[in-house]
Design a binder for this molecule. Sequence first.
Ligand code: PAF
Length: 261
Amino acid sequence: MKIFNDLAEWQRFRDELTPDLSLGFVPTMGNLHRGHASLMKQSKQENDCTIVSIFINPTQFNQTEDFIHYPRTLDNDLDILTQCSVDFCVLPNDKQIYADGFKFQIHDASQPQRMEAHHRPGHFTGVLTIVMKLLTLVRPHRAYFGEKDYQQYQLIRDMVSAFFMNIDVKACPTIREASGLAYSSRNNRLSAEQRLRAESFAQTFHQSSMPINQLYDTLEKLGISIEYLEEHENRRFISVNIDNIRLIDNYVLLKNIEFKD
Ligand code: PAF
């Protein structure tokens, strides 16, 4: 795997890649897990080469504490990239990425702001801005995002379309532990007791036949504090706090099947 710490070096290398070679891109903030590995696997299947970026983007953390405590696990991440046979890895730094001092930003101005956008003010401005910068630098043919962050995927897909970027934005299925809990870097912060609650949250949330009001009450009784629980476009979305650890999830609701005589 070829590692680029210097963006100018990467840009020179990118200019020299054969134009008919397809490039798949998986942007990450490191602390890689099986969810990320599945994105890399899909990219490997669909492209000639795969590139992963690792950059802990400070502008998308609406709470400084979260940024400070975000796990920095570069050596392990690089091992995972090697195991996944990733071709290239870019490791930009803050100075290179935000040489403009975050003067130029991509902002989703739609109103009302819902779910993550409502509960994490500024978060998506940070996400969209960094993803725009990374897509411009990497110039991939396809870019891969996990469905766990479905709202993020939708916004990136719509941004790419709004700015006429010729990139196929792919949503990949959420990867779950045996308990049903979605893989997330935040899971590492759960204590044994919190993990049990997180697992019962995942199991309860996935009972899609449970009406939303009943689901709300059942989760609260399990000691899970709900930030939002909403349904949009046939998908059920949730954000919960297990003490100070915030988890999100979503799934497609099965449509009611009408039987005819
Ligand atoms: O989903 C993530 O890990 C981040 O939001 C992303 C897309 C890498 C942007 O920093």
